[in-house]
Design a protein around this ligand. Structure first.
Ligand code: CMP
Length: 139
């Protein structure tokens, strides 16, 4: 299993609030390189599949509604120790608990509208990346 890639989404709150550029700037300055990226949006069906692991959680329906509320930016990022370093860069899920200077501390609105997603393992980074990108995708 590769250990040098992670998957991120800039979520609808951060895109709508005009934070895409600042967030990408912070990610790149932290040493990540962007291997794939697209501005897109999630259907209810696709959001449900992406968050299937949270299906039984009380916040699942609201999460799907939020994630389909506007455009997102999906990206595959590369850096040594990518998964762990990216989770440090974004901070805790709840922005009230996110360390000063982290992306969620600076740009998130709430535990739900928390600006960015970051994969929690190498295995999920590969699954989530291939959810949005084909290895051989070219235009
Ligand atoms: P993320 O870790 O990217 O993926 C799962 C998402 O579910 C998480 O970000 C939050 O946006 C959301 N989430 C997690 N816990 C809660 C919660 N207690 N209440 C509302 N949303 C949550």
């Amino acid at each position: 299993m590769e250990t040098n890639k992670t998957f991120t989404m800039i979520k609808p709150d951060a895109v709508a609030n005009g934070h895409t550029g600042a967030i990408l700037d912070q990610i790149i300055k932290a040493g990540f390189s962007v291997k794939a990226m697209k501005l897109t949006s999630l259907s209810t069906e696709k959001a449900g599949q992406f968050y299937a692991i949270h299906k039984e959680r009380p916040f699942f329906n609201d999460l799907v509604k939020f994630m389909t509320s506007g455009p997102i930016v999906a990206a595959i990022l590369e850096k040594e120790n990518a998964v762990e370093d990216f989770r440090k860069l974004i901070g805790a899920t709840d922005p009230k608990k996110a360390e000063e200077g982290t992306i969620r501390n600076k740009f998130a609105e709430s535990i739900e509208a928390n600006a960015v997603h970051g994969s929690d393992s190498d295995e999920n980074a590969a699954i989530e990346g291939s959810f949005f990108f084909s290895a051989f995708e070219r235009v």
